[in-house]
Design a protein around this ligand. Structure first.
Ligand SMILES: Nc1ncnc2c1ncn2[C@@H]1O[C@H](COP(=O)(O)OP(=O)(O)OP(=O)(O)O)[C@@H](O)[C@H]1O
Ligand SMILES: O=c1[nH]cnc2c1ncn2[C@@H]1O[C@H](CO)[C@@H](O)[C@H]1O
Length: 432
């Protein structure tokens, strides 16, 4: 397990003189992993104009399910007009698990379907060959149909719209979930997309089985909201769903507004904390927020300037570590925000997957906490039960840094971990 984010050891906390904060190399450290339930999709990325989006009955910014005829017509046009830029493995959770594995060098168990017979060069082949070897594909459920295709259509304004030809991506059965692996996981992650599976497709049931196992064993359940359009259809369903099942919620500001009715991200986070324990809210060019709880006894004041938003001095305790509300004797709501790393890249190749990258960083930090607890149980870090290894503030930095890395490449999947040492300016970022 790599440390979550590069930074000097003195910046780990809580720092106490004799606290074994470092993960001393052990002969055989105990390992940990995370689990995810994914829709198996390959992204077909194309540069298109707005007219094409409307003509194919798609909705800008949305992820729309399309039937085979519509998919064939769209594919034909993209091919004929030579608009396809790249084809790469995708799917929100596939991306997140891949990025988690790449960042942490730890195992991520993928519960998903895969074509029974794979031909070299096929989409299934591409999917697997674009997936980190640290993603454990031993438990994929074989299916007879093709995996899904996600037409990722980038319009000149930079917005991405998805058209999903789902193939057999929703055919995952509850029997494909390995309860023993869920029970031992540092987190179980899935996306709201899978709750729109059709009658007869059981991926939603598989997710419910996994969530029940996670909940019974106090494994954090992590939900990422795929697109605001899905949430807008029935926000109350999602509020109830989150309250019942979810520990950690990841969303962008539009999904946050659809869920809570608040356009202001801090207000939206505050509302969401009534239903879950920890929130990651990305806000595109405005950076991102983390929000959650800490017990009053564990609060740590920030050393940065206090900032006022809809909650005055909202970042006052951003040096505290996220906890479950139920683990706090006196829960206090905490918020932290960060602007894009280095002000954002000079050239953004594609924002697709930037949010998935941020979530992978958060999952890395959560898994690092479990790893540390398994290997250094006597550390003062574990005198109380926290969800994460680092503070709200550090998680913001790390998540933001990872998003930046995704922005400067085409694929939503990182091709390498972050540099071991950041040079010059970047060094300053971590030390600030
Ligand atoms: N235009 C931009 N300039 C600078 N940074 C950006 C920009 N867009 C995104 N980012 C960075 O990427 C992070 C995530 O972006 P965003 O909020 O767009 O995620 P998202 O909508 O969930 O993306 P996706 O669904 O494609 O994964 C932001 O918090 C920010 O750090
Ligand atoms: O319906 C869907 N299910 C799963 N993943 C999806 C869906 N629509 C889009 N994406 C995925 O979202 C990623 C960027 O965040 C893209 O890689 C795309 O594959």
């Amino acid at each position: 397990m790599k440390f979550p984010g590069q930074r000097n050891q003195k910046h780990y906390f809580p720092v106490e003189a004799r606290d074994p904060e470092t993960l001393e190399p052990q002969i055989q450290p105990k390992r940990t992993h995370i689990c995810g339930i994914a829709q198996t999709l390959v992204d077909i990325e194309a540069r298109v104009d707005d007219e094409l989006i409307t003509r194919h009955n798609l909705v800008k910014g949305n992820s729309v399910l399309i039937n085979d005829d519509a998919a064939n017509a769209l594919y034909r046009e993209l091919k004929e007009r030579e608009l396809i830029v790249e084809e790469h493995a995708g799917g929100t959770i596939g991306n997140t698990l891949h990025n988690f594995a790449t960042l942490s060098n730890e195992r991520a168990v993928l519960f998903a379907v895969m074509e029974r017979q794979i031909e070299i060069g096929s989409y299934a082949y591409k999917y697997l060959s674009n997936t980190s070897s640290k993603v454990d594909v031993s438990y994929l459920q074989p299916v007879d149909g093709p995996i899904g295709r996600c037409f990722t259509l980038i319009t000149p304004c930079g917005e991405r719209s998805f058209a999903i030809s789902k193939g057999a991506m929703d055919k995952l059965e509850p029997s494909a979930i390995r309860p023993d692996l869920v029970r031992e996981a540092g987190a179980l992650v899935f996306a709201s997309y899978l709750m729109r599976s059709a009658d007869g497709d059981n991926i939603d049931q598989a997710a419910l089985v996994a969530m029940a196992e996670a909940k019974a064993n106090k494994v954090p359940v992590v939900l990422t909201l795929g697109t605001r359009f899905l949430i807008e259809q029935d926000p109350q369903f999602w509020r109830d769903f989150i309250a019942e099942h979810v520990t950690v919620l990841a969303m962008n500001e539009e999904e946050a507004e659809a869920l809570t009715g608040h356009r202001d991200p801090i207000k939206a986070c505050e509302a969401a904390l009534e239903w879950c324990d920890l929130v990651l809210c990305t806000v595109g060019p405005e950076g991102l927020y983390t929000a959650g709880y800490s017990d009053r006894l564990q609060l740590r004041e920030t050393e940065y300037e206090l900032r006022n938003g809809s909650v005055p001095a909202f970042n006052r305790y951003e040096f505290s570590r996220p906890m479950r509300r139920e683990d706090c004797a006196e829960p206090v709501k905490i918020y932290s925000h960060i602007a894009p790393y280095l002000g954002g890249p000079l050239a953004i190749l594609n924002t697709n997957g930037a949010g998935d990258g941020a979530l992978a960083a958060l999952l890395h930090d959560m898994a690092a906490n479990r790893y540390h607890k398994l290997n250094v149980p006597g550390s003062s870090k574990h005198a109380y039960d926290a969800l994460c290894y680092s503070s709200f503030s550090q998680i913001c930095k790390y998540a933001n840094r990872v998003s930046y890395e995704v922005l400067i490449q085409h694929s939503p999947r990182l091709s390498r971990a972050l540099p071991e040492r950041e040079d010059s300016l970047e060094e300053a970022y971590w030390e600030r």
